[in-house]
Design a protein around this ligand. Sequence first.
Ligand code: NAD
Length: 249
Amino acid sequence: VVVVVVAVVLAVTLRKGKYTFEDRILARCEKFKGSDCRLIWAKFQKAYVGRDPCNVPMEAYDDFIAATQFKPECNRMMFWSKTKDVVHDFTEKRDCYVTLEDTLLGSVADGLTWCGRVGSSETLTTGCPRWTDCENNPVRSFWSRASAAFAEKACGNVTVMLNGSIETPFSPNSTFRSIEVKKFDATVMRSLNVVLVTQTNSVSNCTNASLKDLQKELAAGIRYSCKEVSEAQIRECSSNPEKPCGACW
Ligand code: NAD
C-alpha cells in the first residue's frame, strides 16, 4: 500500500507543471489570431482517439482540415523534400515564403507524435507506431491529409526546395512526389520553381533524371524551372534581413 501511495504521489507531482499534448496544440493554435482552437482541437483528436493506431486513414482528418479554413498566400508558397532544416531556418528568419508548417494547419503538429488506443479517450505520446511501422498511423495520415490540402491551394508561382546531396532529389516515396505534386492545380498555379540545395560535394544538379520525371508529372500548363543554389547562399540570405527576398537566388 505504501509503495502504491508513494508512486501515485510521485506521479501526480511530476505531472504538475507539465504541459499535456492538448495544451501544446492549443498554445500553437492560439498564435493564429481569430482561430477557434477548441473546435480545432476537438476535430483533431476525433481523427484518432479510441482508434487502433494503425487504422487511421488520412480521411479521418477531413473535419479538422475543414475547421482550419486555410487561405493560400499566392506566389509565396514553399514546398520541400529532404530539406527540412534549411527550409525552416529560412522561413523562420525571413518573411519571404510560407511552408505548410508556418500555417495553422501544419504548425499545430510539427515535430509531434501522437496516437489513440481502442477503448480509451486519451491521446498518447509514447508507444505510438513509427512512420513506417504501418501506413495508416495517426501522424503519417495527418501529414498526408494536410499536405494534400496545402498543395490543392497552391497558387501563382510556387517554390520547392529539393536536396541536391542525394541521387534522387524528387524521391518516389516522398510526400512531395506521391501527394503534393499530384494535387497541384493548373487553373490556379502558374509555375513550379525548384531550388536544388547543393553542398560542396553534391551528387545532383538540375539535369538529374528524377527532375525530368518531375517535369513529366506536373499537370499540363504549369511552367517549370530549376536552379542550383548552395546551402551556404541560402543560410546567408536567412541571416541577412536587408537582402530582398527576390535577391536570395
Ligand atoms: P521528407 O522525405 O523530407 O519527409 C518529411 C518528414 O516526414 C520528415 O522530416 C519526417 O518527419 C517524416 N518522415 C518521412 N519519411 C520518414 C521515415 N521513413 N521515417 C520517419 N519519418 C519520416 O519529405 P516529403 O516526404 O516530401 O514531405 C515534405 C513535404 O510534405 C513538404 O512539402 C510538406 O509540405 C509536407 N510534409 C511535412 C511533414 C512535416 O513533418 N512537417 C511531414 C510530411 C510531409
